[in-house]
Design a protein around this ligand. Structure first.
Ligand SMILES: N[C@@H](CCC(=O)N[C@@H](CS)C(=O)NCC(=O)O)C(=O)O
Length: 205
């Protein structure tokens, strides 16, 4: 049994999508970010940087209980444990999944979060920052759109690389910028959105 600590944010949805795709039993433990629950001492023990998502696997390697934070590490861990091909075993396929998983975790989400801050959460509008991150997000969406013109998914078959980029595409791409100028990204988004596991993952907390 896995405990998933998450909230209704991009990184939280990545981990929840992964759990739903895995078919593994899990318990959702909401960490209310607006209420600053991520700073509670017990949560800091499993996520020292006070960030969701995090998991505790009560049946980890060797039967040990383990905890893990960082969405990319969680996607890899759960996909390997589930053994359902979302993190392929073939080294040739795996390197490209890694490339796009890291793009999703380190580049896309990190910069999309800045877009979200300056467009949605900043207490005062800062027009220069809004324009800057609007350009950054559109550039990344164009990058994905070009790649998806020749590829059904980000790296081979549907994988954790796709999971790492779906939530920000949905939250910022669909709900704020719009996907009309990015037809390949829209096609990819809509196929993933229709997956039953994704529908469940974006359901009520
Ligand atoms: N690199 C981390 C980023 C996680 C992250 O940014 N989590 C945010 C929510 S999406 C958070 O918990 N923020 C609360 C805080 O920083 O105090 C990952 O991929 O898991």
């Amino acid at each position: 049994m896995i405990d998933l600590y998450a909230w209704t944010t991009d990184n939280g949805f990545k981990a929840r999508q992964m759990m739903e795709e895995s078919g593994l039993e899990y318990t959702l433990k909401p960490v209310n970010i607006p209420k600053q629950e991520q700073f509670e001492p017990n949560f800091l023990k499993i996520s020292p940087g006070h960030k969701i998502p995090a998991i505790i696997d009560h049946d980890g390697p060797g039967g040990n209980t383990i905890s893990l934070c960082e969405s990319g590490a969680i996607l890899k861990y759960v996909a390997v444990k589930a053994g359902n091909g979302l993190y392929p075993a073939d080294p040739l396929e795996r390197v490209k999944v890694d490339q796009w998983l890291f793009y999703g975790s380190a580049t896309y989400t990190t910069l999309a979060q800045q877009f979200g801050y300056f467009w949605v959460r900043a207490p005062e509008p800062i027009e220069e920052a809004k324009a800057y991150y609007d350009g950054v997000l559109r550039d990344m969406m164009s990058t994905l759109d070009r790649h998806l013109a020749d590829n059904e998914y980000m790296a081979g078959d549907y994988s954790i690389a796709d999971i790492s980029m779906y939530p920000d595409t949905h939250i910022h791409g669909v709900e704020r910028i719009g996907l009309d100028e990015y037809p390949n990204l829209k096609r990819w988004h809509d196929v993933i959105e229709a997956r039953p596991a994704v529908q469940r993952a974006w359901g009520p907390f």
